[in-house]
Design a protein around this ligand. Sequence first.
Ligand SMILES: [Zn+2]
Length: 413
Amino acid sequence: MGHCAAGDAWRAAVSPKSSLRDNPRSSAHVRPPESSEKHHATTIHMMNSRTSVESLSSFDLLSATRELVRKSRGLEAELLVHLGEIDERKLYLDRSFSSMFAFCVGELGFSEDAAYNRINLARAARGMPVLLEALRSGQVHLAGLRLLAPHVTIENQCKVLAEAAGKSKRKIEELVARLSPQPAVPTLVRKLPDRPTPAPESPAFSFGTTQPVQPPPASSPALALAPPPAPPSPRRDERRAVIAPLAEETFKFQFTGSRACHDKLRQAQDLLRHRVPDGDLGTIFEKALDLLIDQVKKERFATGRKARHTPSENLDESCSRHIPDRIKREVFERDGGRCTFADDRGRRCTETGALEFDHVDGFARTHLHRADRIRLLCRAHNQHAAEQLYGRAFMDRARGLLEPLPRPGSHSG
Ligand SMILES: [Zn+2]
């Protein structure tokens, strides 16, 4: 029953003016017996809905989507209330499930993650309805609330939820680390067991950290070479790097590196022994990153390079594609190392990665490098700008997505 209600609401949300009931193709006066006919009607409806979505203007498409999001948040909050009540009544026992979790997965068809998140939040929300309100209003998303729930109290709820408002999951993880600081993790460099299957040629190393059973000693952690643990063969997702906040100013890092990486680390520790006597990994890492960031910024954006102003450089400005260093530097600093694309409401893109220099008037047209006509754009917005300037078909060809057009005047065959 609850399933039907949710489905109807979804249909109404997708197509507010023609709900399933008003649709002559599916509003059979006699209810179909279930199963295939119902499925058929839904399929037709979804196809209609897709056609009608395709005919929407971009403005209408965006506002219809916002409306859907608003409704789905309301539904999600409502669902949590229902789950909380089922849990409270232990109805899953009557349905021959041993736990609420098993019921959610087995009967409601949730994934394990979704079941876990919803049950936890549903339980927390019974004592603190403000969590549901935060979900319904869109103040905080489901994943964020699940993280926050164990740390929200009657006393801090308003402050914490206000602080979490509009934040990404990663930012909320940092907020949680501040609310509930964890002790530093011990430094570990650990050799992982060799894997027989598609492992890299050289044995992998992990500059790994493990959750401490007890807080580590206050003295700075010495680099410990731990023996390999019992050989569980790590799955691919276990090899993914981890960067997790521990407290307001501390993070846990964990990743798998090559033997060469390990050897370079040891060498760096040796070379820095006079400045970092304990060889602290975090300190050495930060120093290495300082150097790397400096170097890449110099290469890509000419920052920190000595200003060199020669007549030949000026000459280059008009013929070569190479943007002179002083212009790169000026643009990078002026734009604050961030994409400058702004939408019609003036909201600026937050991207700081994969930045590119964009000639506002198109270099192919002007063959000019001028700081006031060059801006930083992220790759996606640079492509977007180029498509608007040169046309999509041209850019697709430029990227090799289409067959190149024959050059004017050159007739093949
Ligand atoms: Zn951008």
